[in-house]
Design a binder for this molecule. Sequence first.
Ligand SMILES: Nc1ncnc2c1ncn2[C@@H]1O[C@H](COP(=O)(O)OP(=O)(O)OP(=O)(O)O)[C@@H](O)[C@H]1O
Length: 252
Amino acid sequence: MAKKPIIRAQNLCKTYNTGSEQYHAIRNVDLDIYDGDFTVIMGNSGSGKSTLLYLLSGLDHVTAGEVYFHDQRIDAYSEREMSDFRIRRIGYIYQSINLVPDLSIKENIALPGYIAGTKKNEVQTRTSQLMDAMNIGSQSNRLPSQTSGGQQQRAAIARALINSPDIIFADEPTGSLNYEHGKAVLDILTNINRKGQSVVMVTHDFKAACRADRLIFIRDGKVGGIMEFEKYDEYHIHDRESMIFAFVSGKE
Ligand SMILES: Nc1ncnc2c1ncn2[C@@H]1O[C@H](COP(=O)(O)OP(=O)(O)OP(=O)(O)O)[C@@H](O)[C@H]1O
């Protein structure tokens, strides 16, 4: 069956103005992100990966070009439409985790549910279910600072899932984690993707990139290459890792 785009970028550009200087971080990018895919974005430091993620998810304004979400043009949304889109349709996992320090793990996860106006009992039920799924139920009343980095990252994933978004964006979600915690986070993202959730993940890590159905390589603010895979299977991980390494090394 042909894949359908969930996000489509056309002639996308982002220019940062710093004083008198301009920096063209994203340059005329045409790109489809497919519904149900686990999409991985790789590229050298400063190539524009995070900027691209911000534009595709509506977290930042485009300088030029268009972004479509299921055929709806989101870059033309008003501020109000955009904030509604961000809270209901997308989930965003930040590299820096970004939990609210004064709220408990449970309250952090529930917060976007309340902002979306969902009934209190529904938010509470879903928060409990997500905490169980992420194996952080025992941490629910602790502050983020009283939990491990891996637990905080799993809470950040639960928070991103609370409003059942159509697509999850994750910017280096394993960047600050040790191997064991990083693998647990990747396993969670892989499992939710197998259940149909679209995932877009930026990573520098070749092992993490093996989870991809589709790998997009960004070079100097442009798409430098795209590689397609079958669904991830741990059995073939070593072959896949060397293929990705060869692909990326050839594009740098
Ligand atoms: N707010 C900003 N103002 C000015 N320049 C910026 C801003 N944000 C990013 N840039 C520049 O745009 C370019 C792309 O940045 P971006 O953060 O998207 O890269 P990246 O590929 O995600 O890098 P990394 O892998 O190091 O996180 C970089 O040269 C960066 O310095």
